[in-house]
Design a protein around this ligand. Structure first.
Ligand SMILES: CC(C)(COP(=O)(O)OP(=O)(O)OC[C@H]1O[C@@H](n2cnc3c(N)ncnc32)[C@H](O)[C@@H]1OP(=O)(O)O)[C@@H](O)C(=O)NCCC(=O)NCCS
Length: 147
């Protein structure tokens, strides 16, 4: 992700997840954090943000533009994150997701994540967070190169 992508990524996240990320926060990448964009013909299709610390990784953000959903973009981003995190030494990839987010939970189940717990009433509106984990190993393949 280039700093120039920040406005489009901010708009994607605002539309997809409701939360507001300041564009200025997206222009500089914090330590241990990586960001990837999926672009087609100059249009932003998807975005992923993840952290790798020691032997654990966390998928912090994942969003696909509404017009591009159900085309495999989300899965491609997840697989790239898994492969890159494994290459950086992570042996597990964690994430949390709203318990009522059926598309995302279906994607994570399809991508090999296992439920490992819940945080009751975690979100501001009282919805639980579901926690998932996927084991990684050094041979986790990256099917599409760098998105
Ligand atoms: C969740 C999200 C990232 C999925 O992206 P996507 O590009 O549409 O997902 P994919 O096309 O790669 O789907 C892969 C698999 O996930 C499952 N899946 C994805 N969306 C689904 C839906 N709406 N309903 C049921 N299953 C779904 C399916 O198993 C799908 O495989 P299939 O299309 O062969 O049936 C996208 O819906 C999104 O951006 N949502 C808003 C933001 C969000 O919720 N992010 C996750 C926060 S943790």
């Amino acid at each position: 992700m280039d700093p120039d992508d920040a406005p489009a990524v901010g708009a994607l996240l605002a539309g997809a997840l409701g939360g507001v990320r300041r564009v200025s926060d997206l222009e500089a990448t914090p330590p241990h954090t990586a960001r990837r964009v999926l672009v087609e013909g100059g249009a932003l299709l998807g975005f992923a943000e993840y952290r790798v610390v020691a032997d654990e990784a966390e998928l912090c953000e994942l969003a696909v533009a509404p017009a591009a959903r159900r085309r495999g973009c989300g899965r491609a981003l997840v697989e790239h994150v898994a492969a890159d995190a494994a290459a950086r030494g992570a042996r597990a990839l964690f994430l949390e997701v709203r318990a009522d987010n059926r598309p995302a939970r279906a994607l994570y189940a399809a991508a090999g994540f296992a439920p490992v717990g819940a945080r009751r009433g975690y979100y501001a509106d009282g919805v639980d967070a579901a926690l998932y984990r996927r084991a990684l190993d050094a041979s986790t393949p990256d099917p599409g190169g760098s998105p």
